[in-house]
Design a protein around this ligand. Structure first.
Ligand code: GLP
Length: 266
């Protein structure tokens, strides 16, 4: 794991944007794994800005989102499709036919839909860079605690904590879905690079467990310890429970020298 501790959320967003831009520029047909939630919003803002300044083209980019609510219309204001359109897709030159989310209607078999999504990712050549946030309970995507570390795209019932955490995004009498389709932990681990963003004190305990706790289904993000190229971009608040902060800062300074000479990716 490469742990990068930055001053604030703004720096986390612009750090993440640099990695994303680099993948898009380096690959002929870049495949991005995308996340929703409040954390990546400022990353998407930065990417839109790069695009508007003529510095970044999404022409050849394919995207796969981590998750989508079960049985939700794409046009629903609460769908992750709507979130992605509002925050990224509608503002850049991406071919929206090449933007995928793991959808599943009531009349569709979630197992079939899950397998089909895995197939689509494979056919696109796999994910080059997967963006992740982290839930306060350590979830990634909607892989709630106790999710199998070998899981693939499937339907999940959300925990009370996640429903509570996300309820702020729903109006008082708006229906809040309780199930979602999500890439599995093994799906996420298949990405060539994963980049997890976390900001704020409410993520500090989950971040500590992810980085220094045991690899356990109780903290799905801890599975990233098994990933060859995991980049963890966090602000000081999210890093506040880590006792190894000084070492991480030092190691990162050393890494930066290597990055400056050889670039961010292999
Ligand atoms: C949501 C999403 C995750 C996201 C997490 C944290 O439930 N399914 O992909 O990382 O919760 O969200 P936020 O960034 O708003 O804290």
């Amino acid at each position: 794991m490469q742990i990068i501790i930055l001053e604030n959320a703004e720096q986390v967003a612009s750090g993440a944007a640099q990695w994303v831009a680099e993948v898009i520029k380096q690959k002929t047909n870049p495949v991005l794994g995308l996340a929703t939630g409040s954390t990546p919003i400022s990353l998407y803002k930065q990417l839109v800005e790069y695009h508007q300044k003529g510095q970044l083209s999404f022409e050849n980019v394919t995207t796969f989102n981590l998750d989508e609510y079960h049985n939700i219309e794409a046009e629903n204001p609460q769908s992750y499709r709507t979130f992605m359109k509002q925050n990224l897709f509608d503002h850049v030159n991406i071919d929206q036919e090449k933007t995928y989310l793991p959808t599943c209607r009531n009349d569709q078999n979630p197992r079939v839909q899950g397998l089909a999504y895995e197939e689509q990712i494979k056919n696109a050549g796999g994910v080059d860079l997967q963006i992740l946030g982290i839930g306060a309970n350590g979830h990634i995507g909607f892989n709630e605690p106790t999710s199998s570390l070998a899981s693939r795209t499937r339907i999940k019932t959300l925990t009370k904590q996640t429903l509570q955490d996300n309820s702020r995004l729903f109006k008082k009498d708006e229906y809040q879905p309780t199930m979602a389709m999500t890439m599995g932990i093994a799906t996420i681990l298949d990405a060539r690079y994963v980049l997890l963003m976390a900001t704020g004190k409410n993520k500090a305990a989950a971040v500590k467990q992810m980085i220094t706790g045991p690899v356990t289904a109780m903290c799905p993000a801890s599975a990233l310890q098994m990933h060859e190229n995991a980049i963890i971009l966090i602000d000081k608040d999210a890093a506040s429970e880590l006792t190894e902060q000084e070492y991480f800062q030092w190691a990162n300074q050393e890494h930066q020298k290597i990055n400056q000479t050889f670039g961010l990716f292999i």
